[in-house]
Design a protein around this ligand. Structure first.
Ligand code: NAD
Length: 479
C-alpha cells in the first residue's frame, strides 16, 4: 500500500487523495501517491510564508547555518536511497540519481557556509560626519517553481540560497517528480525550520503555479522550466512589480574542429548529447563538426552509440534510462519525424525499444546532414536526439554556434589554444566548455545563460545572492 505524501503548509502536513506517480522504466510500478494542492492551499502557503518572514529574516546566521548543514548531512548519509528513488521516478540512471543527490548535499553545505560569510560595506559619505552602510536583506516570500529533469538538484540550488539569505518559501515542484521534492522538504522540516518558512504545494502548474503568479504577496519568483511557462512567469511578475529569475531551454552547440582529439570529442558528444537521456537544458543537441574530421567523428560516435546500454534506470548496467513520460516520448518521436521530412539523414537510432518491463524506451538518435536552419536545429527537443551540422572551418563553426535563439552553454573540442581562447570570448552562451561536455557543471560557481535561455541574475555560487537579497543603503549622522 502506498502512503499518501502530503503538502507542508504552515508547518502542518495537509491534504487528502491526490495523484499517483509512475516509474518510467516500468509503468506498472507506482512510485507513490501525492496530495494535490488547489488555489486555496497555495494562498494559505503564501500567507504562512509571509507571516514567517519577519522572524526568519532576522534569525541570524547560526540558526540558518544549523538547518542547512543538518540538511546537507542527512542528504549525504541517505544518498544511495534518495538517488535510487530519484532514478525510479525520473528515469535517469542510478549513478546519475546518486550523483545528483550528492550535488544537492554539496549545495546545502555551500550555502550553510555562506550564512556565515554575509558581509556589507561601510563607506564615508560625501557629506562630512555622515557614514554610509550598504547591507543585504532577504527579499521576502520567494516562489520556487521547478521542472522534472533535476528533481533534487534544482530545488536544492533555489531553496538553499533562499533560506540562507533569510527568505521564506512557497515551493511548487514539477508534477512528474513529487517524491524527490517531498523528501527534500521533509528533511528540511525535521532539520528545525520554524513553521511557515518553507511550504510545499504539490499540484498542477496551471492551478498551484498560477495561484503563485497571481499573488501580490509573492515578492520574488525563481523559475526553471520551458520558455512558454517562463514567459507567463515574466508577464505576471511585471504585473505585480516583483523580482523574477528564469532558467529555460537550450539548443547548445558542441563544436568539433579538425585538430580535436577524436576520443575526447566523441566522449564529449556522447556524454553531452545522450546522458540523462538527453533531458538536460545543457545537452549538446547541435554537433557542429569541421569537414576534415567529420566522417571519422560520425563513425566513432555511431560505434559508441551501438555499445550504449539502454534500459531500466534501476539496473546498475544501464547507461541511458527511459524517456521521462509518454508526452516527452511523443515529442521526441515527432521531432525525429520532422528531421526526416526536413531532409536530415537519420544515421542512428530513433526507434522505440522493448525491454522486460513496459517503459518509455527510445534508442538515442543521431542526425547527419542537418542544417542550422532546420527546426530540429532551432527548437529544443529535450530528448536523446542530436544533429551533426557539417562546417568548413572554425569561423563558420562559431557563426553557426551563435546563430540560435538560445544561449545557455556551448563547447569546443580543439587542441588549438588560439581557437579555444577565441571561442571562450566570442561564444554567446552563459557557460563555455573547452574539451568538456556542454553538460556537467560545478556547484559553487554561477549557472545560467543568455538570450532566450535565461533572464535575471545567475543562480548558484555566491552570485545567487543577487537574486535572493535586496540591497539597503543606510546613512547615519552621528552628530
Ligand atoms: P514546464 O515549463 O512545463 O514546467 C516547469 C514548472 O512550471 C513545473 O513545475 C510546472 O508545473 C510549472 N508550471 C506550468 N504551468 C504553469 C503556470 N501556468 N504557472 C506557474 N507554473 C507553471 O517545464 P518542464 O517540462 O517541467 O521542464 C523542461 C524544461 O525545463 C525544458 O525546456 C528545459 O530546458 C528546462 N530546464 C532548464 C534549465 C536551466 O537551468 N536553464 C534546467 C532544467 C530544465
Amino acid at each position: 500500500m502506498t502512503v499518501l505524501r502530503k503538502n507542508l503548509i504552515d508547518g502542518e502536513w495537509l491534504g487528502d487523495a491526490g495523484s499517483r506517480n509512475i516509474n518510467p522504466s516500468n509503468t506498472n510500478d507506482i512510485v507513490g501517491e501525492y496530495a494535490s494542492a488547489g488555489p486555496q492551499e497555495a494562498r494559505q502557503a503564501i500567507a504562512a510564508a509571509k507571516a514567517a518572514f519577519p522572524a526568519w529574516s532576522r534569525s541570524g546566521p547560526l540558526v540558518r547555518h544549523a538547518v542547512l548543514k543538518k540538511t546537507s548531512d542527512e542528504i549525504m548519509a541517505r544518498k544511495d536511497e534518495i538517488g535510487r528513488s530519484l532514478a525510479r521516478e525520473e528515469g535517469k540512471t542510478l549513478a546519475e540519481g546518486v550523483g545528483e543527490t550528492i550535488r544537492a548535499a554539496q549545495i546545502f553545505d555551500f550555502f550553510a557556509g555562506e550564512t556565515l560569510r554575509l558581509s556589507g560595506e561601510l563607506v564615508p559619505s560625501v557629506r562630512p560626519g555622515v557614514g554610509v552602510e550598504m547591507t543585504r536583506e532577504g527579499v521576502g516570500v520567494v516562489g520556487i517553481i521547478t521542472p522534472w529533469n533535476f528533481p533534487i538538484a534544482i530545488p536544492a540550488w533555489k531553496i538553499a540560497p533562499a533560506l540562507a539569505y533569510g527568505n521564506t518559501i512557497v515551493f511548487k515542484p514539477a508534477e512528474l517528480v513529487p517524491e524527490s521534492a517531498w523528501t527534500i522538504v521533509d528533511i528540511l522540516h525535521r532539520a528545525g525550520l520554524p513553521k511557515g518558512v518553507l511550504n510545499l504545494v504539490m499540484g498542477k502548474g496551471s492551478v498551484v503555479g498560477q495561484a503563485m503568479l497571481d499573488s501580490p504577496d509573492v515578492n520574488a519568483i525563481s523559475f526553471t522550466g520551458s520558455v512558454g511557462t517562463g514567459k507567463r512567469v515574466a508577464a505576471a511578475s511585471v504585473e505585480h512589480m516583483r523580482k523574477f529569475q528564469l532558467e529555460m531551454g537550450g539548443k547548445n552547440p558542441l563544436v568539433v574542429l579538425d585538430d580535436a582529439d577524436l576520443a575526447v570529442a566523441v566522449d564529449c558528444a556522447i556524454n553531452g548529447a545522450y546522458f540523462s537521456t538527453g533531458q538536460r537544458c545543457t545537452a549538446s543537441s547541435r554537433l557542429i563538426v569541421a569537414e576534415g574530421i567529420h566522417d571519422r567523428f560520425v563513425d566513432a560516435v555511431k560505434e559508441r552509440l551501438e555499445k550504449l546500454v539502454i534500459g531500466d534506470a534501476l539496473d546498475a548496467r544501464t547507461q541511458i534510462g527511459p524517456v521521462v513520460d509518454q508526452t516527452q516520448l511523443k515529442q521526441d518521436e515527432d521531432y525525429i519525424a520532422i528531421g526526416g521530412r526536413e531532409g536530415a539523414e537519420l544515421a542512428f537510432g530513433g526507434d522505440r525499444l522493448e525491454r522486460e518491463t513496459p517503459g518509455f524506451y527510445l534508442r538515442p538518435a543521431l542526425f547527419i546532414g542537418a542544417t542550422n536552419a532546420m527546426r530540429i536545429s532551432r527548437e529544443e527537443i529535450f530528448g536523446p536526439v542530436a544533429n551533426v551540422i557539417r562546417v568548413k572551418d572554425y569561423d563558420e563553426a562559431l557563426s553557426v554556434a551563435n546563430d540560435t535563439p538560445f544561449g545557455l552553454t556551448s563547447g569546443i573540442c580543439t587542441t588549438s589554444l588560439k581557437h579555444a581562447t577565441h571561442f571562450k570570448r566570442n561564444s554567446e552562451a552563459g557557460m563555455v566548455m573547452v574539451n568538456l561536455p556542454t553538460a556537467g557543471v560545478d556547484f559553487h560557481v554561477p549557472f545560467g545563460g543568455r538570450k532566450g535561455s535565461s533572464y535575471g541574475p545567475r543562480e548558484q555560487g555566491r552570485y545567487a545572492m543577487e537574486f535572493y537579497t535586496t540591497v539597503k543603503t543606510a546613512y547615519t549622522f552621528a552628530g
